[in-house]
Design a protein around this ligand. Structure first.
Ligand code: PMT
Length: 436
């Protein structure tokens, strides 16, 4: 509303743009784990709204407050908004996650508001309160949203602390200029919650596969024995769905060809549901035009029943012999085409991971193989995984982590090797604070 009471009506294209930006934010933040650190400033009240917006965008949020922060907004407010216990000091660890676990949990850490004192403490690498210790222990990207009096912001000591943090790869969002709580005017206001939401969202949008068409396969296949039975495997689709999400976040247009799984299609990804290896092959081949990257995560049957019965097989003798024939090899078929996309396959192995990974890469004729050990509680149907990436003349180990995080690392590696951008800057945030 204008001061006189007249409503400000934004032009249609501006409203549409705002809506699109909003929808994009929803997409990128869905399922992301945001650790929000709150230090003692009046702007702490704005962080309550930020928590609400993050949850509405589908993010998981955990809040960590300094003792001073609790003097501005009560921990109960953040507990209610985040739906999680709030961490205020070391003792809280007995009831919830330990500080190292909390540091590992986060996909991204944001300290908002970050007071002058907090910036100084982070610059010094202090670990004598929970917030500083978690910032020190976490390998997740870190951003700070400064909020303080303009004199404090402009002081050479604060300027030096901010430069040091920036050098270490910490993102500094804001501050904005304007009226301050102390009655002065100038730089020092914390950014608005919607601006911080947008910045957080953008930090997950690397743009490293911008405009690239990607086809990902995921999940198991089912090969019918008769109308009610099939041969299949334990793949849950989690790894493939995480890759589709990571490729989408990197700006790719993603088609996910999926076997039967219990997962929702990631927003903004076109999903094609199939059952058999033959159906998966067909769906993939139909989407090869324009495709520049093919990631074969699906656990596709190597063999299928040669003659599936038309009627339910009756229990008759003590022994039933099934005759199997090779199922189509989707990855090898795509890799043999001309022209063809960059091909990345997976290898599920129970032994000699490295040797079999190299062998499989050559046998399938693909650029890269991501090999994982499979067995009880490993690879299949777990939330975590660990990968050995092999390519011609090189390899890289991705340590045990959540599949969503491994997927982002794998997509980054693929983008760096096969889709480099001219003058490419370092991937935003990823462990950057340790790289200086
Ligand atoms: O789905 P999750 O529960 O998250 O588990 C993830 C996973 C363990 C299934 C995944 O990380 C994985 O390893 N996928 C590949 C499993 C597999 O079939 O591996 P393979 O070594 O048998 O096959 C090698 C490659 O050829 C794979 O890229 C596979 O998709 C492809 N293939 C295999 C057989 C076939 N007939 N056609 C294929 O395209």
């Amino acid at each position: 509303m204008l001061p006189g009471g007249a409503a400000v009506k934004r032009p249609f294209h501006r409203r549409l743009w705002a809506l699109l930006v909003h929808c994009r934010s929803m997409n990128l933040l869905a399922g992301k784990r945001i650790l929000l650190g709150i230090s003692g400033g009046i702007a702490a009240y704005k962080s309550a709204e930020l928590v609400r917006l993050l949850r509405a965008a589908g993010a998981e949020v955990r809040v960590l407050m300094t003792a001073a922060a609790t003097g501005f907004v009560g921990a109960q407010t953040f507990q209610a908004l985040s739906g999680q216990p709030v961490y205020c000091d070391w003792n809280d660890e007995h009831d919830a996650m330990g500080h190292i676990e909390l540091a590992r949990w986060a996909d991204f850490m944001l300290v908002a508001p970050a007071t002058a004192d907090t910036l100084a403490r982070l610059a010094q690498g202090r670990a004598d309160d929970l917030l500083a210790a978690v910032c020190l222990a976490s390998e997740a990207p870190l951003a700070v949203a400064p909020a303080m009096n303009r004199g404090m912001w402009q002081h050479p000591a604060t300027r030096a602390n901010v430069s040091l943090l920036r050098e270490r790869g910490v993102h500094v969002w804001g501050p904005a200029e304007g009226e301050q709580a102390c009655g002065e005017s100038g730089p020092g206001r914390m950014l608005e919650p919607t601006e911080l939401l947008q910045a957080l969202s953008q930090s997950f949008a690397s743009g490293r596969l911008a405009g690239v068409e990607v086809v990902v396969t995921a999940g198991p296949t089912r090969e019918p024995l008769d109308p009610v039975r099939f041969l299949s495997n334990r793949s849950s689709g989690k790894m493939g769905y995480a890759l589709a999400t990571a490729a989408r976040d990197a700006g790719a247009r993603v088609t996910l060809v999926s076997g039967p799984v219990a997962l929702e299609a990631p927003e903004g990804v076109e999903r094609v549901l199939v059952e058999t290896a033959q159906e998966m092959l067909q769906a993939v081949l139909e989407r090869m035009e324009g495709c520049r990257l093919f990631i074969a995560t699906a656990a596709v049957a190597d063999y299928r029943p040669r003659h599936p019965a038309q009627e339910k097989i009756k229990k008759q003798a003590d022994e039933l012999v099934l005759r199997l024939e090779p199922a189509p090899d989707i990855l090898a078929t795509v890799a043999a085409r001309t022209p063809r996309p960059v091909c990345v396959g997976f290898a599920a192995e129970t032994q000699e991971l490295e040797r079999y990974a190299h062998r499989k890469r050559l046998a399938k004729g693909v650029e890269m193989i991501a090999a994982n050990r499979v067995g009880a509680g490993l690879g299949f149907d777990s939330d975590d995984n660990e990968l050995l990436l092999v390519w011609e003349g090189g390899s890289r180990r991705l340590a045990r982590d959540r599949k969503s995080r491994l997927a982002r690392q794998l997509v980054d590696e693929i983008a760096t090797r096969y889709f480099p951008r001219s003058g490419e800057e370092k991937a935003a945030g990823h462990h950057a604070k340790y790289s200086a």
